[in-house]
Design a protein around this ligand. Structure first.
Ligand code: ZN
Length: 260
């Protein structure tokens, strides 16, 4: 199934997570061997910063990093402090984008107001710095898109799981659709949505260690599984893996400026 010679970028992976503490080096080697030559690491909050930076120092040609505060990390007590860390660190290092940022009303809506405030602040930063964003949106797609309508920002709707009309809104906003392992799950509507909007608008991601594709469902996800997702889509859509990887790479270059 996997074709040799095709190259990919994993546009969203938490490879600094403790889940990889025992075999991080091997995981990166497997990724590179499978054609996943670059891996973009999104921040969660200030607590993940050190681990992420260590990885980028150790694997500078493979790992690139984004800075940002994840919506579920925000509380009324820490919002100022967390955003200050972003503000202070932004000029100091080489970030390929701002992420992951957005809204998550699935787990808890206690800090809805603060989530929106942090999202806007980080969208402002993206505009000011002309940086792309990696957007997390759960149980909040319409609100996320409403808020983004005031920002002419490029980026990715990470792990998109909305409806066809929401996918159209994402594209109208000028964003790409992040596709990962969940597209391979039984009865997942994403493959039909991709067929309808066109594979030219997507980028691939794992969100590792979460959401592995079939046949690894229920286990740990990793970047080397990206070709499995592409092979699956190739069959569903009847589009060659070459075309799928080339289209995604064009988007990665456009959004993140990363070449392979
Ligand atoms: Zn993530």
């Amino acid at each position: 199934m996997e074709k040799k010679g095709l190259l990919y970028v994993d546009t969203h992976s938490h490879l600094y997570d403790e889940a990889f503490d025992n075999d991080r080096k091997e995981t990166i080697e497997r990724a590179v061997e499978s054609g996943v030559k670059k891996i973009i690491l999104p921040s969660v909050d200030s607590s993940t910063m050190d681990r992420m930076m260590c990885m980028v120092k150790e694997y500078p040609s493979v790992c690139k990093m984004m800075i940002g505060v994840h919506p579920t990390s925000i509380t009324s007590e820490n919002i100022k402090r967390e955003l200050k860390v972003v503000e202070e660190n932004y000029p100091l290092y080489d970030w390929v984008g701002i992420g992951e940022i957005g809204l998550d009303f699935y787990w808890d809506t206690t800090y809805k107001k603060e989530q929106e405030e942090a999202f806007e602040w980080q969208l402002d930063l993206a505009i000011k710095q002309n940086a792309p964003v990696s957007v997390h949106s759960r149980e909040a797609m319409d609100r996320t898109l409403d808020m983004m309508s005031r920002y002419d920002v490029r980026g990715v709707m990470h792990c998109f799981s909305g409806t066809y009309s929401q996918a159209c809104r994402v594209l109208d906003r000028g964003l790409k659709i992040g596709v990962g392992g969940t597209v391979t799950y039984k009865n997942n509507p994403m493959r039909e949505i991709i067929r309808a909007v066109g594979y030219e608008h997507i980028v691939y991601e794992t969100d590792a260690p979460y959401l592995p594709p079939v046949p690894h469902r229920g286990k740990r996800n990793e970047s080397s599984y990206i070709p499995l997702v592409v092979a699956y889509l190739s069959e569903c859509l009847d589009v060659s893996m070459e075309k799928l990887s080339a289209a995604a790479q064009k988007n990665v270059e456009e959004v993140f400026g990363l070449t392979l």
